[in-house]
Design a protein around this ligand. Structure first.
Ligand code: ZN
Ligand code: ZN
Length: 171
């Protein structure tokens, strides 16, 4: 039973109850379960990067941003990264009416010119991601995707609020 990628953390050398992929992120990747919290969505997205499932990365990004994502580039980056684990630093489960944030470290190993992982060279992407809940579904708000919307226009998430009072605060 392979361990779920999201359960691997360099900070937890010993896991008392390691969770198998089939009991963790698999049902989310297959569309059977939907993420109950932003942290769960974050974990399943990390696992999707490790397992190279770019379609899941796109599907869990805000619908208004999905067509602007480059699925091939996501796939390439996921494949070329030598992932080494995930650490959730902080989960702010409620931020205003419909947002949440997850601060995390996604670890990876640097690779040498031949593509061999340098195990002693562990690096981390340390980020704080924002998520929005729309119609009972959590979505990742991608700050790298530019959408043409003015501050006074209705928000791209479909909440009906002005952009500046909604997702605009985090993009
Ligand atoms: Zn998992
Ligand atoms: Zn919004």
């Amino acid at each position: 039973m392979p361990l779920c990628p999201c359960q691997v953390s360099p900070k937890l050398a010993f896991l008392t109850a390691p969770i198998a992929y089939s009991d963790c992120c698999q049902s989310y990747h297959e569309g059977i379960s939907k993420a109950e919290t932003a942290e769960r969505l974050m974990r399943t997205r990390y696992s999707a990067f490790v397992l190279v499932k770019p379609e899941y990365i796109v599907k869990t990004t805000l619908p208004a941003q999905q067509s602007l994502l480059d699925m091939k580039a996501i796939e390439k980056w996921a494949k070329e990264t030598n992932w080494a684990g995930l650490e959730i630093v902080e989960h702010t489960s409620k931020l205003g009416k419909r947002h949440a944030q997850v601060e995390f470290k996604a670890y990876y190993h640097e690779v040498d010119s031949s593509g061999e992982a340098l195990k002693e060279k562990q690096q981390a992407h340390h980020e704080r991601s924002t998520f929005v809940k729309v119609d009972e579904n959590w979505y990742f708000l991608d700050p790298t995707v530019t959408i043409n919307v003015t501050q006074k226009q209705p928000c791209i998430c479909g909440s009906g609020e002005k952009f500046k009072r909604c997702c605009g605060m985090y993009l």
